[in-house]
Design a protein around this ligand. Structure first.
Ligand code: PXP
Length: 246
């Protein structure tokens, strides 16, 4: 089975937050994504709510429950007490724990599973007890996988930023891809599932999916939103020209 696609709505939320207006609608774009066949929606609420707002989460939960009951809600973020309370309130199918500082523009590294084992293990236990699938954001490092497994998590999410940052399928991209592949191999051998995310595009996704055929899910925001703008621009200009009277 190919990897499932979870559409990350943070870029849409960031655009919405430029103005005190309700568009683009985060839930509305989520509905379009799910109606088009996406398997789930991802949000990454941060304490300053500069992207997804806390108030978006119950709306997305209701959208999935009422209209797309087979889809999954994935909430990702740094596990503060506030974040864990948000998760428990909004009941996602999956929680992805990310070691991002609140001031960081975007996630740019995975956990140090050995150094942060004592922090992560009880949190994973609490989330698992709550019935949530837990995934941990992970650098491409095959040696780190057994410590990730020891936290009790179900999956790792491979941080694909260094691969996606190569822009084209160069020798460097091939090297990054192989590191991701080796990490996935180690994760499968340890009994973990594997997700992936960051800077994935329609161009760099096929080689990743080929190298990691058992990839469970990709979570994509920036590249997908950029494509939605590019491929939706012509039709939208037509609608506005019509509104002008042309
Ligand atoms: N996975 C995690 C943990 C992230 O923080 C992000 C960015 O919010 C993504 C996936 C999606 O990355 P991108 O927006 O580059 O597709």
């Amino acid at each position: 089975m190919p990897a499932k696609l979870s559409v990350n709505l943070n870029a849409v939320a960031m655009l919405r937050n430029r103005r005190d207006l309700p568009w683009p609608s985060v839930t509305g774009l989520g509905r379009i994504a799910l109606a088009a066949g996406a398997h789930g929606l991802t949000v990454h609420p941060r304490p300053d709510e500069r992207h997804t707002r806390y108030s978006d989460l119950p709306e997305i939960r209701a959208l999935i429950d009422d209209e797309f009951p087979g889809a999954e809600f994935n909430i990702e973020g740094y596990p503060t007490e506030d974040f864990l309370a948000l998760v428990e309130k909004n009941q996602p199918e999956q929680v992805t724990l990310v070691p991002d500082d609140p001031a960081q523009a975007t996630s740019d590294h995975g956990w140090n599973f050995v150094a942060q084992a004592a922090f992560l293990t009880p949190i994973v236990k609490r989330l698992k007890k709550g019935g949530f699938r837990v995934s941990l954001f992970s650098d491409a490092d095959p040696d780190a996988v057994s410590a990730a497994r020891d936290t009790g998590a179900d999956r790792i999410e491979l941080y694909t930023g260094p691969y996606g940052g190569c822009h084209s399928y160069s020798a460097k991209a091939a090297k990054e891809l192989e590191r991701l592949g080796k990490t996935a191999d180690a994760a499968f051998a340890a009994g973990l599932g594997v997700n992936a995310g960051h800077d994935l595009t329609v161009k760099n996704l096929p080689p990743l999916a080929k190298r990691i055929p058992a990839l469970a899910e990709v979570s994509i925001g920036h590249g997908l939103t950029a494509d939605a703008l590019e491929y939706g621009m012509a039709g939208t200009v037509g609608r506005f020209l019509k509104a002008c009277g042309w």
